[in-house]
Design a protein around this ligand. Structure first.
Ligand code: NAP
Ligand code: ZN
Length: 347
């Protein structure tokens, strides 16, 4: 199947128009004409090869919303014309204990990412900065017509990546939850934590984001560069979700956890993390991580958002602004997710 999109050809050149081929749809495949694709910081890490092993040319993008334009014979959930979404995962083994438990991102055979990955047949996967995508229906989500579809796109990664650990560690009434970093993931963590009823504190390095954080649902905002302000929260949090994309001091946040509190890392900076043993043993703290979320939970999150009217706060842009958007994300100047509008994708 012919596809057209934008690709990175190496780790430093700007993304450029790119013609490529996807597989012909199999019986369980859905073909989606893409209308919108969010820009995740993971796209930037991988384009710049910050995690190592990047495969070029690379068509990034795993926050995909569009319309179904074809379905294979065995597809049951989707018909041509339906709204549909694709996220970070496009294949898993569906036989290991984690897949069977609905925890597909932790597939023991290894999940296949939507781009910059090799599918089980060895072919490279290409993502959503493109006009179409093919994926098995198990990895395609139903999208409610109630919500602004462009603002739904970031839910497919930023949304589920924060919803999943907040549910796992039971954020809710009588819990004090911290969110570190107010970017794409952070602003969704803030919205969900507030919506679940937790007392939610946003940590930010950007004083200019204080008012926005309060509007997005924060009960308090802490400027993390201010040690006196940080110390006021020592030993008080049940859960902290760390959404920061760059190197920073984790111990400063571990020290804010109460007895049995958990710091969950979702941000993926390129450098290893330094942990103080004393910050861990004090208060019997846990340091953990979480990766996106299972397919069933992703649909649950999308349905929850439709019911509660939750979407991302976005800046909708054309492909002509892609390089500028990357630079702004790197400078933490994102309000709070860039989404590519495919109306600007011209061959
Ligand atoms: P983003 O929009 O760029 O947000 C990151 C935020 O981190 C910034 O807005 C900024 O917030 C803060 N920050 C940036 N540099 C910092 C520094 N040097 N020190 C302290 N704070 C800093 O990124 P994103 O798209 O939300 O992604 C966040 C991270 O999650 C990325 O590393 C991404 O790869 C990762 N990720 C992980 C998963 C997963 O499954 N675990 C899924 C998706 C993404 P303030 O201005 O408020 O300080
Ligand atoms: Zn992502």
């Amino acid at each position: 199947m012919k596809s057209f999109g934008y690709a990175a050809h190496d780790k430093s050149s700007p993304l450029a128009p790119f013609h490529f081929e996807r597989r012909e749809p199999r019986p369980d495949d859905v073909v989606v004409a893409i209308d919108y694709c969010g820009i995740c910081h993971s796209d930037i890490h991988q384009v710049r090869d910050e995690w190592g092993g990047s495969i070029y040319p690379m068509v990034p993008g795993h926050e995909i919303v569009g319309r179904v334009i074809a379905v294979g014979d065995k597809v049951e959930k989707f018909n041509v014309g339906d709204l549909a979404g694709v996220g970070v995962t496009v294949q898993t083994c569906m036989a290991c204990e984690n897949c069977l438990a609905g925890e597909e991102p932790y597939c023991t055979k290894g999940m296949v990412g939507t781009y910059n990955a090799r599918d089980y047949d060895g072919k490279v996967t290409y993502g959503g900065y493109a006009d179409n995508i093919v994926a098995p229906e198990h990895y395609v989500y139903s999208i409610s017509p109630k919500l602004d579809r462009a603002a739904v796109a970031p839910l497919l990664c930023a949304g589920i990546t924060t919803y999943s650990p907040l549910r796992h560690w039971k954020a809710g009434n009588n819990k004090k939850v911290g969110v570190v970093g107010l970017g794409g993931l952070g602003h969704m963590a803030l919205k969900f934590s507030h919506s679940f009823g937790a007392y939610t504190v946003q940590f930010t390095t950007s004083e200019s984001k204080i008012n926005d954080a309060l509007k997005l649902g924060a009960d308090e905002v802490v400027i993390s560069k201010d040690p006196v302000h940080m110390a006021k929260h020592a030993g008080s949090f049940d859960l902290i979700i760390d959404c920061v994309s760059a190197e920073h001091d984790i111990n400063a946040y571990l020290n804010l956890l109460r007895l049995d509190g958990t710091l969950c890392l979702v941000g993926l900076p390129e450098q290893p993390v330094n942990i103080s043993p004393f910050a861990m043993v004090t208060n019997r703290r846990s340091f953990s991580g979480s990766m996106i979320g299972g397919m069933k939970q992703t649909q649950e999150m999308l349905d929850y958002c439709a019911e509660k009217n939750i979407v991302a706060d976005i800046e909708l842009i054309g492909y002509d602004k892609l390089a500028e958007a990357y630079q702004r994300v790197i400078k933490s100047d994102v309000k709070y997710r860039f989404v590519l509008d495919n109306k600007s994708l011209k061959q």
